[in-house]
Design a protein around this ligand. Structure first.
Ligand code: PLP
Length: 368
């Protein structure tokens, strides 16, 4: 029986292959590999798509978050509040900017940042909160802003999983001072290698990130500050532009596929289906169910050729990289319980009803 991958990047490539080949040929011909005009064109289009004034392309999503924090003036001695149930990069970006990640739990229903806990963690050193739009749906941003604004705390969004997701009609990544986006190949908008972007409607912050990504320089060979080499490759911009024009349609197909999983899996004992926070337009980066004896279920699915995965098996506070924060098991029970039960099912725009039926059938069997 054929394997059903978690994400099928080949199916997507086939749709844009000709356009990418043509775009690559043009870049190769004029050798504008670094910050060619295709980068600026993509930045403009993605800013418009995301409902912000500026997009600055960088080397990856982790850098996007770090550069956004640095451009916002966050560093040594500052604290940034973020959820414990996220990909390691959210916390790494904060640490690499020189600040201290302050972790909070998630809510049990949607696995989004718990704002009551966030409020309790606000102190004199709190400079920013970094909500994560996890699995393709926005965090409750109206509550994030309610918490941040009166306290003078900055909001930097981790929008790495939320390209085009909306909350109350507004695009994820457009709520705070800035957002970091990832174009890792498996994301809803993915490059053919690493890529990322900072989104912002602040001209000042955009200007700072443009300098930071380019050795801290606005004028060639003049470096008033310490910067980085973190630019979005011109070739990646070609791929991203080709995909961006199709992204809304692909997100719609993912929504249809998620609805089909809901139908196929509802009412089966032992399978807890993902929920959408009211007011959200979900883009289903991942379709994450919760099951008991998850590791056993995952093994059975993999043996049956189903490319299910876990996002993520270890919360930030139990990672060796952040042991120095001094947390222990039991500190964030919702995040810990989620890490033990979550299971991501294959989901991509081109997944067929037959593939989904097979996934659902095997899952039903595996859960027993
Ligand atoms: C993918 C991802 C990142 C990091 O992006 P990279 O491009 O891999 O550096 C950050 N945060 C979250 C939530 C992600 O899923």
């Amino acid at each position: 029986m054929s394997h059903i991958p978690l994400v099928d990047l080949k199916a997507q490539h086939h749709q844009i292959a000709a356009e990418v080949a043509q775009g690559f040929a043009a870049v190769l011909e004029n050798t504008s590999f670094i910050l060619g005009k295709e980068v600026a064109q993509f930045e403009e289009a993605f800013a418009r798509f995301s409902g912000v004034s500026h997009c600055v392309g960088v080397a990856n999503g982790t850098d996007a978050l770090e550069l956004a924090l640095r451009a916002a003036g966050i560093g040594q001695g500052d604290e940034v509040i973020l959820p414990a149930n996220t990909f390691i990069a959210t916390a790494l970006a904060v640490a690499r900017a020189g600040a201290t990640p302050v972790l909070v739990d998630c809510d049990p229903d949607f696995q989004l940042i718990d704002l009551r806990q966030a409020e309790a963690k606000v102190g004199k050193r709190t400079k920013a909160v970094m909500p994560v739009h996890l699995f393709g749906q926005a965090a409750p941003m109206e509550r994030v802003l309610e918490l941040a604004r009166p306290a003078g705390i900055l909001v930097i969004e981790d929008a790495a999983q939320a390209h085009g997701a909306k909350r109350q009609g507004r695009t994820a990544g457009s709520f705070g001072l800035a957002a970091g986006v990832s174009f890792y190949p498996g994301k809803n908008l993915g490059a053919y290698g690493d890529g990322g972007a900072v989104l912002t409607s602040s001209a000042e912050l955009a200007k700072k990130v443009r300098a930071l990504r380019n050795y801290g320089s606005e004028v060639k060979y003049h470096h008033p500050e310490t910067g980085f080499n973190s630019r979005l490759d011109t070739l990646q911009a070609v791929v991203l532009s080709a995909k961006l024009s199709r992204l809304a349609g692909w997100n719609e197909l993912r929504r249809g596929a998620a609805a089909r999983y809901h139908e196929l899996l509802s009412g089966i004992g032992g399978i807890d289906l993902p929920r959408t926070l009211p007011g959200n337009e979900h883009i289903w980066h991942l379709y994450v169910v919760r099951v008991p004896r998850r590791d056993e279920v995952l093994k059975k699915l993999q043996a049956a050729g189903i490319g299910a995965g876990i996002h993520y098996p270890v919360p930030i506070h139990l990672q060796g990289a952040f042991a120095h924060l001094g947390h222990q098991k039991g500190d964030f029970p919702c995040a810990e319980r989620a890490a033990e039960e979550i299971l991501s099912l294959p989901l991509f725009a081109e997944i067929t009803p037959e593939q989904q039926e097979r996934v659902a059938g095997e899952l039903r069997k595996a859960v027993g």
